[in-house]
Structure formats: C-alpha cells, structure tokens
Design a protein around this ligand. Structure first.
Ligand SMILES: [Zn+2]
Length: 199
C-alpha cells in the first residue's frame, strides 16, 4: 500500500511517509518507536514532537505499532491509565511484541509497589508478564515475576503458586544483568528488595 497520508511526515527529515512504513526511506529513522529505552533517551524536545506525531493519528488508525508507541509516550509521562489503554489496543490488534505485554503490566502498577495494589491488578500484571514470556524469553520478565510475587505475596505472607525465589532463580539463570534490574526499578519507580540481594 503506497498511500501517502496528508501531514504524515518523517520527524527526522520531513520526507512524506505512509503509515505502513516501518522506517523512513531516506534518513532510516524508526517511524513507530518500538523500545521503551529509546523513548526514555529522547530529549524533551524530541519527545514532545514524537508524542504529538503519535497523538495526531490521522490515517494511521490501523497501525498497531502506533498504539504501542503512543502507549510508551504516556508511560514516560506517568499517565498510566492512558498508557494501559493504548497497550490493550495494540494487543487486541495482535501486535506481536512481547514488550507491549511487559509495558502493559508496568502501566498496571501505576508507579506503586505491588504491595499497595489490589490482588486482581497484581494477578493481571502477572498474567501479562507470562504472556510476554510466551512470546519471548527475556531475563527481566522473570525478574518482574519475582518482584511481583515477592512484593505482594511474600510481604503479605500469602502463598503464591510459584515462590518468588523460583522466579528470581530463573531470572538469574536466564542471565538478568545488574543493569536490567536497575532499569526495571527505575521505570517502575520501585526499589530492589533487600531480600533479592541476600539470595
Ligand atoms: Zn526521514
């Protein structure tokens, strides 16, 4: 489909683009940013332009990568409900990125410790992370499950289906790095539990 949409221009070089393009043909800029770290690395100025580009979705409605990208912008702004709604839209359109599920789970946490959430939200977050794992084996996803289980079930002395120690072990076996752990706690606005260091 080579349909050019009015006003849809590459943010890098201004060349016209069509909504189904993944990268600009000229400057190779990614049109729908796919990773949250790239969103976090953008300068305020660049971020604002990108956010507006995704929000003015004229002619791009069918592009599931757009919902994912817009969701990440809301997540950077700590607008969790809006972020969650975008990720759910991407999931309904069968956008097959494991990161969508992972970030949807992060949005459900709303920047709080799992301890302070409702059980149903913790369980929904766990289901989303398990869905992410069924798509892609990423070490930090196991770490996320360890953290959710520890902070909700462990701290409330509730019995979890799988104990947090098992998930943490899996994360370590999968090769989770100190950097992965730090980034995870930074984007969830949480802290690494002391118990994780002793283990
Ligand atoms: Zn370009």
């Amino acid at each position: 489909m080579e349909q050019k949409i009015r006003n849809l221009k590459c943010l890098g070089c201004g060349a016209p683009i069509s909504p189904d393009q993944k990268r600009c043909r000229y400057c190779k800029r990614e049109i729908y940013i796919s990773s949250f770290s790239s969103v976090l690395q953008q300068s305020e100025y660049d971020f604002e332009r990108t956010r507006r580009f995704y929000k003015e979705r004229e002619g791009q409605e069918d592009q599931p990568g757009l919902d994912h990208a817009e969701g990440m912008c809301y997540l950077r702004l700590s607008m969790y409900d809006e972020a969650y709604a975008c990720f759910q839209k991407a999931i309904r359109k069968n956008f097959d990125s494991s990161e969508t599920y992972f970030l949807a789970a992060i949005a459900l946490l709303k920047g709080k410790n799992p301890f302070r959430l409702l059980k149903k939200d913790v369980d929904s977050a766990m289901t989303l992370v398990k869905d992410a794992l069924s798509l892609e084996d990423v070490p930090v996803y196991y770490y996320f499950l360890a953290y959710l289980t520890y902070d909700y079930y462990g701290r409330k002395l509730l019995r979890a289906q799988v104990p947090w120690q098992t998930w943490l072990q899996k994360a370590l076996e999968a090769g989770v790095s100190q950097g992965d752990r730090e980034e995870f706690h930074k984007i969830t606005h949480t802290k690494e539990p002391d118990a994780f260091r002793r283990g």
